[in-house]
Design a protein around this ligand. Structure first.
Ligand SMILES: NC(=O)c1ccc[n+]([C@@H]2O[C@H](COP(=O)([O-])OP(=O)(O)OC[C@H]3O[C@@H](n4cnc5c(N)ncnc54)[C@H](O)[C@@H]3O)[C@@H](O)[C@H]2O)c1
Length: 297
């Protein structure tokens, strides 16, 4: 299998490459412009002849031509965080929408067998009910969610019009090694230095899923044809308030950090807990996932 992982030098992408590399017959192309990704995330594969790194930008179709033939696409490259998308909406749109269109066109020309698109729970916006299943209305409240929803719409068009075997994953808040600039890594870095942990509003309730569980779900879904044409939530089904998360991190790290509260931010979704009608996942308890992540940090 010749597999393309766009965004493969990033957090999720590099863990996915680690898992795919265990399949000895897999040939993997990692495509990334290193906007947020890092070569150190994939350095462990530098002597593996089955894995190539292609530096390029999904906004530029000519860059994609450097990749060669492929059978399978995991499309993860994105302006992947909410704050980044709010501060640079142009980059979020050109990457998450135009870039996704370019990757879809490329995959369709190559007649790939499967295409997995990493969307986000942000497409739901502030939920009307919890837990949120895949048929919940879509009403994103920030630029990140909007561009992910545009990406999904493009995926649906290619699935219908070009017979692309596509699966859309709406992933909840993921955490683990190699993550950065998000709540858990920022809290952990600050707790380590006994610096304050800042909560915006503090009442947010989110579904935190550890990276190993996300990758297991992605591999399971991509191995089974019954998931073609589906949209699938990837989460634990358990909500945790951001305040309890901060308290747990302080306790687990034996930190002297204090929790301080600031005004809530207009672009933050207030609550999300995932439910999937399509797949049942075995997931790690947050406390156990946090302990593992703390060892890494
Ligand atoms: N981490 C989460 O909690 C989470 C939750 C839901 C969905 N997702 C989605 O999963 C995917 C991976 O997220 P992540 O957490 O690993 O983010 P990440 O930022 O670590 O990885 C994204 C990668 O895409 C690359 N990239 C950005 N713009 C690019 C461009 N124009 N051309 C080529 N490469 C580009 C970055 O350099 C980075 O390596 C993203 O699509 C994200 O939206 C992540």
């Amino acid at each position: 299998m010749r597999i393309l992982v766009t965004g493969g030098a990033g957090f999720l992408g590099s863990h996915l490459v680690d898992a795919l590399a265990k399949g000895k017959s897999n040939k993997i192309a990692i495509f990334d412009n290193l906007h947020r990704g890092r070569l150190e995330n994939i350095n462990q594969h530098r002597n593996n002849k089955n894995i190539t790194f292609v530096e390029g930008d999904i906004r530029n179709p000519i860059d994609l031509k450097k990749i060669g033939n492929i059978d399978f696409v995991y499309h993860l490259a994105a302006q992947s965080n909410v704050i980044g998308s709010v501060s640079t909406p142009g980059y979020a749109f050109s990457t998450n929408v135009v870039g996704t269109l370019n990757v879809l066109k490329f995959a369709s020309e190559k007649k790939v067998k499967r295409f997995i698109f990493s969307s986000s729970r942000e497409v739901y916006g502030n939920p009307e009910y919890l837990p949120v299943d895949e048929s919940h209305p879509l009403n994103p409240i920030n630029m990140y969610g909007i561009t992910k929803l545009c990406g999904e719409t493009l995926c649906n068009a290619f699935s219908k019009n070009k017979n692309l075997n596509l699966t859309i994953l709406r992933i909840a808040n993921s955490y683990g090694s190699r993550d950065r600039d998000r709540a858990i890594p920022v809290f952990l870095e600050n707790a380590k230095k006994n610096k304050d942990l800042t909560l915006f509003g503090g009442k947010q309730v989110l579904d935190f899923i550890c990276i190993e569980d996300v990758i297991n779900a992605m591999i399971k879904i991509s191995n089974e044809d019954k998931f073609i044409g589906e949209i699938i939530n990837i989460g634990t089904g358990t909500g945790t308030s951001i305040q309890d998360l901060a308290k747990s991190i302080i306790k687990l790290t034996h930190s002297k950090s204090k929790i301080i509260r600031k005004e809530s931010r207009h672009f933050d979704v207030e609550k999300f807990v995932a439910k999937s009608n399509k797949i049942r996942l075995t997931t790690t308890r947050l406390i156990d996932g946090l302990k593992k992540t703390i060892e890494y940090y």
